[in-house]
Design a protein around this ligand. Structure first.
Ligand code: DQA
Length: 154
C-alpha cells in the first residue's frame, strides 16, 4: 500500500458546508455529539489506513464551496462532500460538481429523507456517484473506503 503522505497517493477533497462547524453543539439528537474536529480525525485515520491523502475543509459560504470545488476539479482524484443545507438549494454547487469528472460521494450525517420535506430536494444527489445518508459520522469513513475501492479498480 502507498504511504499516505506520498505525493503519488490519491488526493480526496472532503468538503463541509454551512453550520457543520457547529457539529457536536447543534441539535445533538439529530447530528450526535462528535465535533467536526473529531470527524476530521476519523477521516485522517481512515485515509492513512487506505493510503489516501485528504484535504479537509469547511465553509459557511456558497461561493467559497464553489471555489473549493474548482480546486478539487484540478487537484483531487475524488470528492466527499457534505454540502449541508446547500444540497437542498444550490444549483451553483450542483453545477460545480457537474464539472468534476471523478468519483463524488455525498454525505449527510442525519437521514434527510426522514426529515422536513424541503430536505427531500437534493441538487447534489443527482450529480453524485453515491450518497451516504443517515449513517452518522461513519458516513465519512465509509465514503473514504468506497473511494479507495473505486480508485483501485482498473
Ligand atoms: C446535513 C443535513 C442537511 O439537511 C442540513 O441542512 C445540515 C446537515 C446532515 O449532515 O445531516 O446542515 O447535511
Amino acid at each position: 500500500m502507498t504511504a499516505p503522505d506520498s505525493q503519488s497517493s490519491p488526493l480526496v477533497f472532503i468538503l463541509n458546508g454551512p453550520n457543520l462547524d457547529l457539529l457536536g453543539q447543534r441539535q445533538p439528537e439529530l447530528y450526535g455529539r462528535d465535533t467536526l474536529q473529531q470527524v476530521e480525525e476519523l477521516c485522517r485515520r481512515t485515509a492513512a489506513e487506505l493510503g489516501l491523502r485528504i484535504d479537509f475543509r469547511q465553509t459557511n459560504s456558497e461561493g467559497t464551496l464553489v471555489d473549493y470545488l474548482h480546486e478539487a476539479r484540478i487537484h483531487a482524484q475524488a470528492i466527499i462532500i457534505n454540502p449541508a443545507a446547500y444540497s437542498h438549494t444550490s444549483i451553483a454547487v450542483h453545477d460545480a460538481l457537474h464539472a468534476c469528472d471523478m468519483p463524488i460521494y455525498e454525505v449527510h450525517v442525519s437521514n434527510t429523507w426522514k426529515r422536513d420535506s424541503f430536505r427531500h430536494t437534493d441538487y447534489v444527489a443527482i450529480v453524485a456517484t453515491g450518497q451516504l445518508n443517515g449513517l452518522g459520522i461513519d458516513g465519512y469513513a465509509l465514503a473514504l473506503r468506497q473511494v479507495a475501492a473505486v480508485l483501485q479498480k482498473p
